[in-house]
Design a binder for this molecule. Structure first.
Ligand code: G3I
Length: 323
């Protein structure tokens, strides 16, 4: 038994993780990743982003993400696809281009359609629009917002639905767990997509959280429920819970708190019927994005750098066993 098999026994679809091609040659990593009791869903951490899949206009490259898809699908695991319309990791031709609404619509349509058709039938879900909101709830600046206005959001979902009608279309963002104006704006965003007549099936809660600053299970469940009330499913899509300096390296009390925080997040998914699963953004500190992006934060994952299970792992497994 493990994270995924226990999640499934608790009535959920999956427990998943981000993975990248640089993790392929690490035997200790792969021993855990290929264990279907532990992980049933994989998200490519970087290799489906626009700068990788279409680095120059109409020049598509799928080798990197294909190798992840083939590996997990041939092992009977699922694939969660990430991401299409995002302000970050854009190739220079998009980031620095001079656009009219017509030319940018054509570029966005070509990108979403080509990438989604390439992976048609392989993705449980796609993060169609990623991180469109600022912390105060306003729309984040991007070439898409500048040129197309807020209509780029329903437009992206409409294009996506035509490209692969078999996958779930998600809006995905961070701090929806902790930042009320952003949470409210995300609810409005879902309603706006629905009012525009575009399909949206899910909302992804990235859940990049901090130890000791994670909301309670009940508060998290209430937030998830405010979204499922709109008729969408929800999932935790990029979960990690970082210790914050000076609490590094983490001590026993810190690790106990991290365990409670992980249990709150996973528990809240159990409490909400339309929460389909939990994905961690790497399962070992060895490959976590956190310390390089946020110096002074770290040890955010369920396994240590040396592949020892943390108390947070044991706590989540214990919680799932009782579910
Ligand atoms: O590919 C280049 C490589 O050629 C170069 O030598 C190297 C030197 O720094 O950089 C490599 O690019 C890095 C890229 O990851 C691929 O490894 C970038 O510097 C690095 O900034 C980038 O970080 C990724 C980040 O997204 C970029 O925004 C992280 O790995 C990835 O975990 C992170 O994931 C995001 C989600 O997609 C969306 N939500 C937030 C989450 C965390 O930031």
């Amino acid at each position: 038994e493990g994270l995924h098999s226990l999640m499934v026994a608790a009535g959920k679809l999956y427990f998943g993780t981000a993975m990248e091609t640089n993790n392929f040659d690490d035997a200790a990593y792969q021993a855990i990743a290929t264990n279907k009791n532990e992980f049933g869903m994989f998200t490519p951490e970087n290799s489906q982003k626009w700068e990788v899949t279409e680095p120059t206009q109409n020049d598509f490259s799928f080798t990197q993400a294909d190798s992840i898809a083939e590996r997990v699908l041939s092992n009977g695991q699922l694939f969660r696809c990430h991401t299409l319309t995002w302000h970050s990791q854009l190739p220079p031709f998009v980031a620095n281009g001079t656009w009219t609404p017509e030319t940018l619509t054509a570029v966005l349509t070509a990108h979403i359609t080509t990438v989604m058709q390439h992976y048609a039938g392989q993705c449980y879900a796609w993060d169609v629009v990623n991180e469109a909101l600022n912390e105060d709830g306003s729309l984040r600046s991007s070439p898409f917002l500048t040129t197309l206005g807020e209509a780029y959001i329903p437009l992206s979902f409409t294009i996506a639905a035509q490209a692969d009608p078999s996958t779930k279309l998600y809006y995905n963002d961070f701090n929806l767990e902790t930042t009320p104006p952003k949470t409210a704006a995300a609810l409005s965003l879902v309603r706006a997509v629905q009012s525009a007549g575009a399909p949206i099936h899910g909302v992804g809660f990235q859940a990049h959280l901090n130890v000791g600053q994670t909301p309670s299970r009940a508060d998290l469940a209430a937030i998830l429920t405010s979204f499922t009330a709109l008729g969408v499913e929800v999932a935790y899509t990029e979960l990690d819970i970082a210790h914050v300096a000076p609490a590094l390296p983490a001590d026993e009390a810190g690790n106990a708190q991290q365990a409670e925080d992980y249990a709150a997040v996973v528990g809240s998914c159990l409490d909400v019927e339309a929460c389909v699963g939990v994905t961690v953004w790497q399962f070992t500190d060895r490959y976590s994005w956190v310390p390089s992006t946020f110096p002074g934060k770290g040890e955010a994952c369920l396994w240590t750098e040396g592949y020892e299970k943390k108390v947070a792992y044991e706590r989540v497994v214990g919680l799932l066993r009782e579910a």
